[in-house]
Write a protein that binds this ligand. Structure first.
Ligand SMILES: C[S@@+](CC[C@H](N)C(=O)[O-])C[C@H]1O[C@@H](n2cnc3c(N)ncnc32)[C@H](O)[C@@H]1O
Length: 272
C-alpha cells in the first residue's frame, strides 16, 4: 500500500471534510448516499465505516439511527471525524485509528461494513483481499460490505476532460495507470492522487467473490454525469439534477459505460 507517510502527506491538505460539497465530489456523494440507501439493511444496525475519513458518510448514518464506528489510519481524519461527531445530532459510537486489514472489532459483530477508500489505496491484491476478508470476519451472517474502487480509466478521462494531458508528468502517469492499474505518483505535486490501485470492473467483482461474498455490481457512481462541463449548475437545478441522476441510474450497470465513471461501488453479502 501507500505508506502511512504517503497517506498523511496526501491527506495533509485536509480536503476530505469538504471534498464532497461541489462538482464531481457532490455527484459522488449524492450517488453514494443513494446506493447506501439501496444496499444497507435498515436502521438500527451496527455499521463499521472503514476508511471513513472525516465522517462524511458516517455522521449522516449515525443521525439516521445506525450505531456507527469509524476507522481510519490518518490521524488528521480521526481528529476531523471526532469534531464532526461532536457537532452531530447523534454522535458516532467510536472513532479510532486503524487499518482495514486488521480491524479492531469482534467476529460477527456488524450488520454492514463500508470500505469506501481502502481498496484503492492498497496496491497489492493480497492486501485488498485481506481487507475484504476482515470485513467478512466482522460481519454477521447476512451482513453486507459496500466497497469503492477507482476505475482503471479515471485518470484517462480526467486527462481528456480537464486538459491535464498538456502536463508531461500527468500524461506519463496515465500511461502507467493504463498499463497495470498501479497509480504511481512520484512527482511530489501537492494534491495529485497518491500511490494507489485503479480497478477494472471485473477485477473488483472477482476480489469481492474471492473473499466469499455474494456480489452485486459493480455499478458506476458518477457515471456519464461526470462528463458534464457545467456540473455544479446542473446539480443546483432540481429538475436537471433529477434528470442527470436518472441517467446515471439508468446506465449504472451498463458494461459499455462503466469505464467512464471515476468510482465504482460494489456490494457483497456474507453467506449464512
Ligand atoms: C478518498 S478517502 C475516502 C473517504 C470516505 N470514505 C469517502 O468515501 O469520501 C480514502 C480514505 O481511505 C483511508 N485509507 C487508506 N488506506 C487505508 C487502510 N489500509 N485502511 C483503512 N483506511 C484506509 C484514507 O486514510 C482515507 O481516509
Amino acid at each position: 500500500m501507500a505508506s502511512l507517510q504517503d497517506l498523511q502527506d496526501y491527506y495533509a491538505l485536509g480536503r476530505e471534510r469538504d471534498r464532497l460539497d461541489r462538482g464531481e465530489g457532490l455527484l459522488e456523494a449524492l450517488r453514494t448516499h443513494e446506493l447506501l440507501d439501496r444496499w444497507l439493511p435498515g436502521a438500527p444496525g451496527i455499521v463499521y465505516d472503514v476508511g471513513g475519513a472525516a465522517g462524511r458518510y458516517a455522521v449522516p448514518l449515525a443521525e439516521a439511527g445506525y450505531e456507527v464506528h469509524l476507522v481510519d489510519p490518518v490521524p488528521l481524519h480521526v481528529e476531523q471525524a471526532r469534531e464532526a461527531s461532536a457537532a452531530a445530532r447523534r454522535p458516532l459510537a467510536s472513532v479510532v485509528e486503524g487499518d482495514a486489514r486488521a480491524l479492531p472489532f469482534d467476529d460477527a459483530s456488524a450488520d454492514a461494513v463500508l470500505l469506501l477508500g481502502p481498496l484503492y489505496h492498497l496496491v497489492e491484491r493480497e492486501d485488498r483481499l485481506q481487507a475484504l476478508r476482515e470485513a467478512a470476519r466482522v460481519l454477521r451472517p447476512g451482513g453486507v460490505v459496500v466497497a469503492a474502487a477507482i476505475c482503471r480509466w479515471a485518470s484517462t478521462v480526467d486527462g481528456v476532460l480537464a486538459g491535464f494531458l498538456r502536463d508531461d508528468q500527468f500524461a506519463q502517469i496515465i500511461t502507467d495507470d493504463l498499463a497495470d492499474g498501479v497509480h504511481r505518483n512520484t512527482t511530489g505535486r501537492p494534491g495529485w492522487f497518491t500511490t494507489g490501485y485503479f480497478h477494472r470492473p471485473e477485477e473488483l467483482r472477482a476480489e469481492v467473490e474471492e473473499a466469499r461474498f455474494q456480489a452485486e455490481g459493480p455499478v458506476a457512481v458518477e457515471g456519464v454525469a461526470r462528463l458534464a462541463d457545467d456540473l455544479d449548475e446542473q446539480l443546483a437545478d432540481a429538475t436537471l439534477r433529477e434528470r442527470l441522476l436518472g441517467l446515471v441510474r439508468a446506465t449504472e450497470s451498463e458494461p459499455a459505460l462503466l469505464g467512464v465513471s471515476g468510482h465504482l461501488l460494489i456490494t457483497g453479502r456474507k453467506g449464512a
